[in-house]
Write a protein that binds this ligand. Sequence first.
Ligand code: FAD
Length: 459
Amino acid sequence: MTDADFDVLILGAGSGGYACALRAAQLGLKVGLVEKGKIGGTCLHVGCIPTKALLHAAEVADSARDADQFGVRATLDGIDMTKVGSYKDGVVSRLFKGLTGLIASRGITVIEGDGRLTGPREVTVDGTAYSGRHVVLATGSYAKSLPGLEINGSTVITSEEALRLDRVPESVVVLGGGVIGCEFASVWRSFGAEVTIVEALPRLVAAEDEASSKALERAFRKRKIRFLTGTPFQGVESTGDGVAVTVEGGEVIEAELLLVAVGRGPATDGLGFEEQGVAMERGFVLADDHCRTNVDGVYAVGDIVPGLQLAHRGFQQGIFVAEEIAGLDPTPIDETGIPRITYSEPEIASVGLDEATAVERFGADGIATLTYDLGGNGKSQILKTQGFVKLIRQKDGPIVGVHLVGSRVGELIGEAQLIYGWEGYAEDVAPLVHAHPTMNEALGEAHLALAGKPLHSHS
Ligand code: FAD
């Protein structure tokens, strides 16, 4: 094996690619990792981590603004975006340093540059060909726009520019009421901006259970985040110092900025995948439940594979592929068991099926649901957060869906995920002792109620 030959050659060092590299190296395989940007990809540099830092700063702003309701005298004197930016960048750079150190310590060869698949087992980077006994495609995704809607980077922006803004805009139109749109709407509102979300679908975060969308909408209404659902975007014009956005029905909304958050497309264009016979659909790489493409020895992980575009899905697929290549016969990932979180204020977290899908699958008589209001949960009262735990079970069967709404409920999804993944029954969970007073206790209470023995609730 020469320096240009690897057991595993990975194209793209985002969540999926670097997780695969770390695990493969741990298993003793010789790994080459090709990256044209920065190791860590979207999630670390322009996705999960920086957005969650902004959301935390937003939470601190809300705490200062709302301190009086807890008897604490404080005033919010403004947002210093330069400082918010350095806090955010500090978090990213510490994690980046840790990650690059880890990659180096595992003996992974990092190949810097723009790679292209030039043979079924060959990637060419800046004129040099590298070969792999196995090749893993992990080139990630990019922010999409709509036909005719041009991103100019100053008044019409994507999440990448939004993360770099050096000021709090006075007003913003957010095009797209999905996870990314709702997170930025939440941040900007906490920082004091006038926010309008324009969404073509009938509700915000339409991929979530309808009850969760409705709860988020109620909370956003209270926070004076305006949203127009079922309202397609029609066009945008420059007003000199901002934008005028026209939506179906004729309303024109003027704002300083338009954030385009209409989803993410697969970054696969021009990378040679199709030429090498890799089966694709609308730019996505088709892979089976073992992350195998139709080309022998070529795998695909992360956002380029149809399904949930989430970092932790990419991590798990990367680990899976490394173990598969090492012959460990890992268990395929259950996509429905992947937890999903919208980190706005309030948060939405879920795992398993939503109610509509559960009804489709088992019939309306084949399921039972229970909603436990956080009003009965001591810690939620202390924190003054509102929301619920909604459980969906198969009639006389296991829990098939858990849906949470409330401040920081994302932190509770781990237990829900175990219950779902281990096919737990409400009766199995009910006797588990949950610490008091915690928000986590709400999950325990909901299962008690579903098992027919409610404690701090009526049903
Ligand atoms: P990426 O992370 O996009 O990595 C792909 C890498 O491949 C990049 O580094 C790129 O430079 C490199 N590359 C591409 N083409 C080539 C080439 N030809 N040659 C060499 N290198 C190449 N997910 C969550 O789970 N939680 C969150 O809170 C969350 N928040 C998000 C917030 C925002 C604003 C965004 C945009 C995304 C968020 N995501 C979140 C999604 C998450 O970031 C992605 O699901 C994840 O990064 C996908 O990992 P990946 O490995 O498929 O691709």
